[in-house]
Design a protein around this ligand. Structure first.
Ligand code: AMP
Length: 190
């Protein structure tokens, strides 16, 4: 099993790249944001709980997110590997993921991070909001709050995985295919 965390701030291109990488290596892609949005759309208890956080651009509480992530992994225990997209986003989520994967006899092989400057990200997110209708992409105040959450709670994970020699930063600006290629180059060596 080869498991990666696809990392980066909102709008870095994690979702776009995850779909391409998943096809190439036959991996299971888990996007916690997508799972939350699916639950919101279907008005499940989890969706109702998560909605106000997501609408405000806040992180959903750790325990709720961790439990959901575990349930998603359990659906595909015989996978070739997982792409974790949008998870972990806090140090406790990273700890929980390490413990959980260890129990399953596996672990994270690497964190591949898409590095993009914040001013480019705001443009990208506003554009995505026009196309997708995602409300958290349409309001600059919410976008700024998501960056604040990222900078105060999530960015520390770069150190977390660097300490384990598992951090691989790549330039997230360029053509989609050139970025996919750069990700594959890292993935092949993991
Ligand atoms: P995303 O699609 O990854 O940009 O996630 C959209 C929103 O879902 C985030 O702004 C958070 O409100 C919530 N969310 C997604 N993943 C997580 C996570 N790992 N921890 C907490 N909240 C999350």
């Amino acid at each position: 099993m080869k498991n990666i965390v696809l990392f980066g701030p909102p709008g870095a291109g994690k979702g776009t790249q995850a779909i391409l990488i998943k096809e190439k290596y036959n991996l299971v892609h888990i996007s916690t944001g997508d799972v939350f949005r699916f639950n919101i759309k279907n008005k499940t208890a989890l969706g109702l709980l998560a909605k106000s956080y997501i609408d405000n651009g806040d992180l959903v509480p750790d325990q709720v997110t961790i439990d959901m992530l575990k349930a998603e992994v359990e659906k595909d225990t015989d996978a070739n590997g997982f792409i974790f997209d949008g998870f972990p986003r806090t140090e406790s989520q990273a700890d929980a993921l390490d413990i959980f994967l260890k129990e399953k006899g596996t672990g994270i092989n690497g964190m591949i991070a898409l590095e993009v400057a914040e001013n480019i990200l705001v443009e990208r997110l506003l554009k995505r909001g026009e196309i997708s209708g995602r409300s958290d992409d349409q309001d600059e105040t919410k976008i700024r709050n998501r960056f604040n959450e990222y900078n105060t709670k999530t960015a520390v994970l770069k150190d977390y995985y660097s300490k384990q020699n598992k951090y691989y930063g790549i330039n997230g600006v360029g053509s989609i295919s050139s970025i996919t290629e750069a990700i594959c180059e890292v993935f092949d060596k993991l």
